[in-house]
Design a protein around this ligand. Structure first.
Ligand SMILES: Nc1nc2c(ncn2[C@@H]2O[C@H](COP(=O)(O)OP(=O)(O)OP(=O)(O)O)[C@@H](O)[C@H]2O)c(=O)[nH]1
Ligand SMILES: [Mg+2]
Length: 388
């Protein structure tokens, strides 16, 4: 199914049923008085999380959601039935925004959330309630009230523990493929990844059963925060991550300026992202004699970069500390295990989203129909040879 992360829908709760005007006519009780029953309540519209959904794609064919109207009341004091509720199932991570007010009505950040977003109208009262001493035969009953109606914007922000951030072609998707069962599209050109991929990664240490969700998003270019490239449409998918991994093409000699650019774009999108703990990966090291040529130079350049230096001034957020730097090859699997161990260390003592999700296997956000059959179990590959 196509990956859809934003959609507008209209929801309308049910109209309340009308109250009934009726009079009791029985043998020997010809004027038995008013007995019109009440109308039923209109159904409500609810939103719930379905953890097995990966995108808003299921809503593409259904933009209007309507709960059932309440039934009208009947004679003999019979109330009309309440209208059935409408229930909209959404993937975890969806924000529900009222288009008119701009308010976020609810943010479905964890499974189990259930929110009423449009209330059904009250049923009208039947004429049985309106008899008075001066009017014992009221020819009047209340009409039901209309249900609430709202125009909603649904925005999916993927839920992941770790976000891979890098320029196009740096090897983000290759890294995700190296550490998870996910097989994203990988190719030697920019913007291979057009929609985010999420994979489940496992702690490689034998005594650990920990899991994390890792998001691979499309490459970031200058101006992404203003919508350039694939821009805002995917930056939102790293808004909720708790650790950022900067992935660099290690064969480029521009490490510091690349990280500066990536951080600028993150900051313009949401400054909070720079306060997150991070790691740096120099990828594609199999193409380089990194110890001799690039490693020292790039690491030194990065080491001295001004954006880490504020950390040295004293205690501050973890993010301001210099991140661990890994020279690795995602393609060959070099240093991938060390990288993973360090990554899991950052989550020591705190539960990951993968662990909080009801079923981690279901948290595999499949974004491409060709990829949908690839992941039926969690598996980690760390069998490739390490750097000599
Ligand atoms: N030699 C070598 N090539 C790599 C490595 N990692 C990735 N590549 C190659 O680099 C190219 C880009 O890899 P991708 O994983 O598609 O890069 P990406 O960062 O996801 O790219 P976008 O999705 O376009 O942003 C592919 O041809 C990969 O085979 C590596 O460790 N070593
Ligand atoms: Mg990619």
């Amino acid at each position: 199914m196509k990956f859809v992360d934003e959609i507008e829908i209209v929801v309308t709760a049910g109209h309340g049923g009308a109250g009934c005007v009726s009079f009791l006519h029985e043998k020997y009780r010809e004027f038995g008085g008013p007995d019109g029953g009440d109308g039923g309540r209109g159904g409500d519209v609810w939103i719930t999380v379905n953890p097995s959904l990966q995108s808003l794609g299921t809503l593409v064919g259904k933009r209007e959601w309507q709960a059932a109207d309440g039934e009208a009341g009947r004679g003999s004091q019979k109330s009309g039935a309440n209208g059935a509720d409408a229930i909209i199932q959404l993937p975890v991570g969806t924000a529900v925004i009222d288009q008119k007010s701009g308010h976020v009505l609810c943010d479905l950040t964890h499974p189990g959330v259930r929110e009423r977003i449009a209330c059904g109208g009250m049923g009208g009262r039947g004429n049985q309630h309106f008899a008075t001493s001066s009017n014992q035969t009221p020819e009047y009953a209340q009409a039901g009230l209309p249900g609430e109606s709202r125009q909603l914007l649904l925005q999916l922000k993927l839920m992941a523990d770790v976000g891979l951030v890098g320029l196009p072609n740096a090897g983000k998707s290759t890294l995700l493929a190296a550490v998870s069962h996910k097989v994203p599209r990988i190719a030697d050109y920019a913007f291979t990844t057009l929609t985010p991929n999420i994979g489940v990664i496992a702690d490689p240490r034998a005594d650990s059963e920990r899991r994390l969700l890792m998001a691979d998003i499309p490459g970031i270019i200058e101006g992404a925060s203003k919508g350039h490239g694939l821009g805002l449409s995917f930056l939102r998918h790293i808004e909720r991550v708790r650790v950022i991994v900067y992935v660099l093409d290690g064969t480029s000699l521009e490490a510091a300026s690349e990280i500066r650019l990536l951080r600028q774009e993150l900051q313009s999108y949401s400054p909070r992202l720079l306060d997150l703990p991070s790691m740096v990966v120099f990828n594609k090291m199999d193409q380089f004699d990194y110890e001799l040529e690039l490693g020292h130079q790039a690491a030194k350049e990065l080491d001295g970069a001004e954006f880490w230096n504020s950390a040295d001034a004293g205690p501050g957020p973890v993010s301001r500390k210099k991140p661990a730097v890994f020279f690795m090859s995602a393609k060959e699997g070099w240093r991938v295990t060390e990288f993973l161990i360090a990554l899991f260390e950052l989550f020591a003592g705190q539960a990951s989203l993968a662990e909080l999700a009801l079923n981690p296997a279901e948290a595999d956000f499949i974004t491409d129909p060709d990829e949908s059959e690839q992941a039926d179990h969690i598996q980690i590959r760390h069998t490739a040879p390490d750097l000599p």
